[in-house]
Ligand binder design. Structure first.
Ligand code: UDP
Ligand code: MG
Length: 328
């Protein structure tokens, strides 16, 4: 009898120090899955180190391994999306390459999937080895996002999750360029459930999410799932207008009814600077959305695949969004 297929998607960017260990751990885990077929899809997000060479070596030894090799670095969320596009499984698991998400937890996710859940997302109960700064900003970010977003996005989740084919098809049908995958999965609906797990430390190497990428990721999350910043800028504008009106009335009152209308420089400066600041802020918020509209209307491919490796001919990815398809 044919078993259901599980696709495990692993985005990798400059992970030469961990990749072999990750493959070893994933393989060891997969051998425990006796009633499932497995494919391991490594999306090499344009690594500049030996990651892809090491992956290619593994493909020779292991027929379950596939590589989606990007032409350059496109970013974590796009790499995950390409893995989802290339996966054929009845269920698809997203997992980081650095072993922070223990492969063994996937076993519990599969059990929940068999109970009938379409999405099983990991919730981090502990995050050892991550800086206090990262933990605090993550904590604040997920709470802020939930306040702003119309879609309820679970707190303290990453992309570590299992999704059924139904949900995968929904994600594949979403063409947007600014991809905040965990939000998109929440948006899809179906039966979703949380699975608490203890996040491990990065096995080796260092984080590929410097502050700059984290900020981009956070704005992507907020901008893709909320237009509240625009409404807030209207509120801010109205508050500033109300304050100015009070100032105008005060100035007029002094001019008409008293003899002391030269109030001096301070009040003038405060008003000019305040209104100028509020205006720039609102224009900036507007600009963020317009920039995103611009990148959407260009309709460029979401990513460029240089090579697909390890796909048996009959399984070659059919629906890649990438223009270049070199299958080996
Ligand atoms: N990653 C990627 N492209 C990038 C940055 C990161 O594919 O541009 C991958 C990385 O290899 C890892 C995962 O995304 O598998 C999460 O990255 P990382 O562990 O550095 O983030 P952190 O856990 O520190 O938030
Ligand atoms: Mg990590």
């Amino acid at each position: 009898m044919k078993h259901p297929l599980l696709s495990i998607v692993v985005p990798c960017y400059n992970e030469e120090e961990v990749i072999q260990e990750t493959i070893k751990r994933l393989n060891a885990f997969c051998t425990t899955l006796t009633d499932l077929d497995v494919e391991l899809i490594f999306v090499d997000d344009g690594s500049r180190d030996r990651t892809r060479a090491l992956l290619k070596e593994e493909v020779q030894r292991n027929p379950h391994i596939r590589i989606v090799g990007f032409a350059r670095n496109f970013g974590h969320q796009i790499a995950v999306s390409a893995g989802i596009d290339a996966a054929r499984g009845d269920a698809v698991v997203l997992i980081d390459a650095d072993l922070q998400d223990p492969p063994e937890v996937v076993g519990e996710m599969i059990a929940k999937w068999r109970e009938g859940y379409d999405v099983v997302y990991g919730v981090r109960t502990e995050r050892p080895g991550e800086s206090a700064f990262k933990r605090a900003t993550a904590l604040a970010f997920y709470r802020l996002l939930n306040k702003l977003s119309d879609v309820a996005i679970p707190l303290d989740t990453g992309d570590f999750r299992l999704m059924s084919r139904n949900v995968v098809e929904v994600i594949r049908a979403m063409p947007e360029r600014d991809r905040f995958v965990r939000g998109m999965v929440s948006w899809a609906g179906f039966k979703q459930t949380a699975l608490p797990y203890r996040r491990a430390e990065r096995f080796a190497g260092e984080t590929k999410y410097p502050l700059r990428k984290m900020l981009k990721f956070a704005t992507d999350g907020i901008m893709s799932f909320s237009s509240k910043p625009l409404q807030m800028s209207i509120g801010l504008g109205m508050a500033a207008a109300a304050l100015s009106l009070a100032g105008i009335l005060y100035a007029l009152f002094l001019r008409v009814f008293t003899n002391v209308w030269v109030e001096g420089w301070t009040a003038l400066m405060i008003a000019v600077l305040f209104i100028g600041g509020v205006q720039l802020l609102c224009v900036g918020i507007l600009g963020e959305y317009i920039g995103r509209i611009y990148s959407e209307v260009k309709r460029r491919p979401l990513y460029v695949v240089q090579e697909y490796i390890g796909y048996p001919e009959e399984h070659a990815p059919q629906f890649s969004r990438s223009p270049v398809v070199d299958r080996k």
